[in-house]
Ligand binder design. Sequence first.
Ligand code: PLP
Length: 359
Amino acid sequence: MTRAHNFCAGPAALPRAVLERAKAELLDWSDSGSSVMEVSHRSPAFVSVAEQAEASLRRLLSISDDYAVLFLQGGASLQFAAVPLNLSVAGQAIDQVITGQWSKKAHAEGQRFGSVNVAATSEDTGFTTVPPQQAWQLDPSAAYLHYCPNETIGGLEFDFVPQVEVPLVADMSSTILSRPIDVNRYGVIYAGAQKNIGPAGLCLVIVDRELLGRARPETPAMLNWQIAADNDSMYNTPPTFALYLAGLVFEWLENLGGLGEMETINRRKASKLYHTIDDSDFYSNPVERISRSLMNVPFTLADAALDSVFLQEAETARLLNLKGHRSVGGMRASLYNAVEESSVDALCDFMQDFEQRHG
Ligand SMILES: Cc1ncc(COP(=O)(O)O)c(C=O)c1O
């Protein structure tokens, strides 16, 4: 059986080696006579899975003990609410930068819990630019600043880490683990798992321990980071299979050589696709070059009437999930870690061939 070339924005492709390992272990995991989904999350064997996953992630991202690593549920979207509940008091100012659909959603949720100051937005350019930090209007009394370093839908990525006096909170759902980062520059990093971490159902939160213990009294226990940290992310039953699989993904990344190596591969993949787009008059990408995403590459065809033909022919060639998000249209190829370079080559070849036949 050959696997298709999968460019889904999420849930995204998983490394083949990880899936094969999970398949081999499915019925009899670790000589337990049952699958990993059928053992208690409190059993020493499973606790060790969780501990190893955390240790591996800490090595990959060089996360110090000053930070708690939490594996939570509810996806990144639940953190849109958890962030203000854990970091601000009712009515307090919150700074947010809006650069696309996801930071917009975080903004809408933030408004339920605080007095949001939009420090900057690039809506006027159709979210094709990142507002330069010199132009941001920060609120000096803000509890924190929230931004989204990589907008999955628009394919817009910050080429800098904001420098602010308050805790910096980043929704890294679609960029985490694509390259090394300096965790120490952030107060909180969170990410839904279903792109570069593992299956959906898990959300990673990396939080400076100094920011724990500030949750509002009414914060539900399941949203309180301090409670999660005190209980090693097992205040209730965690999504055990997702956590196990995330651990395998982290191990796969370590075996590959770590995030420096992953970045080299990712840059090569993205560069091939952007070149294919830029070298043609048939395809285009609207994002200003310096802010183009390494992970999510939207592109349009010169004639939108050909969109459905493109998608149909792509599917026949086993190039899947290339339809752009319903809010922007066109195409989008997500090039997460598990998307192999040979898949990007196949896509570029297909695009060039399609242009010759239809351009
Ligand atoms: C940048 C970003 N933030 C948040 C989300 C929402 O994640 P979830 O579906 O895990 O709530 C997504 C989902 O694609 C995303 O790409």
